[in-house]
Ligand binder design. Structure first.
Ligand SMILES: C[S@@+](CC[C@H](N)C(=O)[O-])C[C@H]1O[C@@H](n2cnc3c(N)ncnc32)[C@H](O)[C@@H]1O
Length: 294
């Protein structure tokens, strides 16, 4: 099914916005389908993602000389999708025909030892998408109140043993604070019975909760989802892929209640077995799509 409207015939130029550029996979897919008059905008809160994809596209795409160009124009921006209205004004970006948000974190971030996203690769427990914003997870764990920490782990991680984990972190910081991803994973494994449940390590939920908290992910999403319909042309589509029930709930209610939008997915689109086999991280993905109608 053509959720993005990419295959609809058009004679005018179109603007596609990938609000979560990551490794550039979705943007690359769009670029293959767009024509030289069209514009692809890629945004990421992580500057290293924008730099990496800029290098990749500079290498892979033909020269930007408009007379030679056989692909669409591309503009990559380091920012939050939350700030799209201001970015459109600042960079003279026309209203969009498609805006995509693919929430969560990328494989590049998971593999980056400096930032602690994965307890398998380990490293400094930072967990921020943008290291210039806010405080790192290790700084948060050094000072947060025990009850607030337990609430974060429970709400954002849906972790039943949140109180036990929060207590262990606060006890430990009296003498030897948690500063690395390995230390946090070890501590969680000691608090939660059974290290592996199915294919999921029991530390995954705590890492997810802390990441959502330090990046204020739900606040960015809530604010954006209210503003993005106005950034679309009539007929333009908003696609959101979420990986967490709290994210999905925010998207579901916001698109249902927005008078500018018609929901195209009564139920969320889920990945098939083939996709889950090829990319096990997609198993919890849910995609919702809405179209601007006025
Ligand atoms: C799942 S990855 C996207 C992968 C991408 N679709 C691809 O094909 O490679 C999510 C990306 O969203 C970025 N991100 C998270 N919150 C963001 C925000 N508020 N604004 C912009 N980018 C954000 C992360 O830094 C990460 O690179």
């Amino acid at each position: 099914m053509n959720w993005s409207g990419l295959d609809r015939p058009t004679s005018t130029s179109r603007t596609f916005i990938d609000g979560t550029l990551g490794g550039g996979g979705h943007s690359w897919h769009f670029i293959q389908k767009l024509s030289p008059n069209d514009l692809l905008v890629g945004i990421d809160r992580d500057e290293s993602a924008v730099n990496r994809v800029t290098t990749l596209f500079d290498r892979e795409l033909p020269a930007s000389n408009p007379n030679e160009r056989s692909t669409c124009r591309v503009r990559l921006i380091h920012s939050s999708y939350r700030d799209l209205p201001q970015l459109m004004e600042k960079h003279d970006i026309p209203k969009a025909d498609c805006i995509l948000l693919d929430l969560g974190l990328s494989s590049d971030q998971l593999a980056d030892r400096e930032r602690g996203f994965s307890f398998r690769t380990g490293g400094n427990l930072d967990l921020r998408f943008c290291t210039d914003e806010g405080i790192s997870a290790r700084e948060m764990l050094a000072k947060i109140d025990e009850k607030d920490l337990a609430d974060i782990i429970y709400q954002y991680g849906e972790e039943r043993f949140s109180r036990r984990i929060a207590r262990a972190i606060v006890e430990r910081r009296k003498s030897d604070p948690v500063v690395t991803a390995e230390q946090l994973a070890d501590l969680v494994h000691r608090c939660v019975p059974g290290k592996i449940h199915g294919r999921v390590d029991s530390a995954t939920r705590t890492f997810q909760a802390l990441r959502i908290a330090v990046n204020h992910e739900l606040e960015h999403l809530t604010k954006a989802i209210a503003l993005l319909p106005n950034c679309l042309n009539v007929g333009g589509r908003l696609l959101v892929i979420s990986f967490h029930s709290l994210e999905d709930r925010i998207v579901k209610h916001a698109i249902r209640e927005c008078p500018l939008l018609k929901v195209l997915t009564k139920k969320p689109v889920l990945p098939g077995d083939l996709e889950i086999n090829e990319n096990p991280r997609s198993r919890s993905a849910k995609m919702r799509v809405a179209e601007r109608v006025e």
